[in-house]
Design a protein around this ligand. Structure first.
Ligand code: ADP
Length: 180
């Protein structure tokens, strides 16, 4: 074994980032030297926050942590992992229903890129029920999401839903677009 930098890619939609994501990122840094947080952007999907906005919200949440880099991508996750020279892909596991999807994705990814290891972190108990879709849903209805996401994310949600209301766009339409 050499002393090569152990770099992992943490991919996801992060729409928007919340405390569950941040906990996984922090814990990943106890196992890996460097982490690239990759915001996956679906080309044909209209999301509540643009790729650039999601990246900026994550960057602000991370603060001064030189071991983490945030970027967006829109290709196969294993191909992006190769681009950034990550030897592993990090994912979080919340509930049993995550497991089947993660299991299938891990097997497909391994078939496509056997050299990349998939590492799953079990969610902390206090974050088990936090998801981006819950954050969006509760925020769209004016509920308190300060226990799920950092203050600047809460403020960005408030601004976005106010903008949508003033433009006459139904926020329930936006929140129900896709899962996380
Ligand atoms: P995706 O759109 O791929 O589901 P998300 O942005 O929802 O991506 O999440 C990215 C990753 O973070 C996934 O691996 C997901 O399981 C994990 N994650 C999401 N919410 C939590 C949470 N509350 N606790 C731990 N991990 C989480």
């Amino acid at each position: 074994m050499g002393t090569a930098v152990r770099r992992a890619l943490y991919p996801g939609s992060f729409n928007p980032v919340h405390y569950g994501h941040l906990d996984i990122a922090r814990r990943a840094l106890t196992v890996f030297d460097e982490l690239v947080i990759g915001v996956y952007v679906h080309p044909a999907k209209v999301d509540l926050f643009t790729a650039a906005e999601r990246v900026a919200l994550i960057e602000e949440a991370i603060g001064d942590e030189p071991r983490i880099r945030v970027a967006s991508y829109n290709k196969l996750t294993v191909d992006y992992a190769k681009d950034v020279e990550a030897s592993s892909i990090v994912r979080g596991l919340r509930v049993f229903s995550d497991f089947e999807l993660e299991f299938r994705m891990a097997l497909a990814n391994r078939r496509m890129a056997p050299q990349i290891e998939i590492v799953n972190f079990i969610a902390a108990e206090e974050h088990l029920h936090i998801s981006s879709s819950t954050v969006r849903e509760v925020a769209s209805l004016g509920g308190d999401v300060s226990w799920m996401a950092p203050p600047h994310v809460v403020a960005a949600l408030k601004r976005r839903f106010e903008e949508m209301t003033s433009q006459g766009v139904s926020s329930s339409y936006m929140t129900s677009l896709g899962k996380d």
